[in-house]
Design a protein around this ligand. Structure first.
Ligand code: URA
Length: 204
């Protein structure tokens, strides 16, 4: 229950949580980002997808999974016959971490300390949304959700239990698929789709 979570405790609605997240300076990332990016989707969603952090597009729009990684996730959901609006989409880290390079902003993986500083926002969101189950997209999300380092390739594709009893299915981050060589992509996408199908079937 949100009230029991002493770390923040003040947020009593997802809207409050969004406002509080915007002001958070518990790690250095927020200084450079355009805005905090909260999750979106219905309370009580059967599945909550947890990514790493907002990317360039998400930072600019203030919404999760609207850039290239989100488009690949949308394609997977379309192939599985699932509406994006039926799931809750969020991230382990609330602000975009990047390195300026000319006019571009290059994504940087958040440090473990930064992800740890952000984890209570995710926990509050889980407590408010009460998802049926969780999907961790990549190692940062998996570690935040399970509270231990996770080797994604070894632990992907099966349900893992959290201390609160919720089930988590770990799989690749869509950005990992986008970085693959073209000749590897089709098989990797099919395997990813199989993981996601399991998540939807197991949370029905
Ligand atoms: N990658 C993520 O992990 N999250 C987003 O919201 C977008 C890209």
């Amino acid at each position: 229950e949100p009230a029991a979570m002493g770390v923040v405790g003040a947020a009593t609605s997802l809207e409050d949580l969004r406002t509080a997240t915007e002001r958070c300076r518990a790690c250095p990332i927020g200084h450079a980002a355009t805005q905090a990016v909260p999750g979106e989707g219905p309370v009580g969603a059967r599945l909550m997808f947890v990514g790493e952090q907002p990317g360039d597009q998400e930072d600019l729009h203030g919404r999760p999974f609207v850039g290239p990684a989100g488009q690949l996730l949308a394609r997977a959901m379309a192939e599985l016959g699932v509406e994006r609006a039926s799931v809750y989409l969020t991230n382990a880290v609330r602000h975009f971490k990047f390195e300026p390079r000319g006019k571009r902003r290059i994504h940087k993986t958040p440090a473990q300390q930064e992800a740890a500083a952000c984890a209570h926002w995710l926990e509050e969101e889980i407590a408010m949304v009460q998802p049926g189950a969780l999907v961790a997209l990549g190692a940062t999300a998996a570690r935040s959700l399970l509270g231990r380092p996770v080797a994604v390739t070894a632990e992907r594709g099966r349900w893992l239990g959290r201390a609160d009893g919720r089930q988590v299915l770990v799989t690749l981050h869509p950005a990992a698929l986008l970085r693959m060589a073209p000749h590897q992509f089709d098989a990797a996408f099919a395997a990813w789709l199989a993981d996601l199908r399991l998540a939807f079937e197991g949370s029905a």
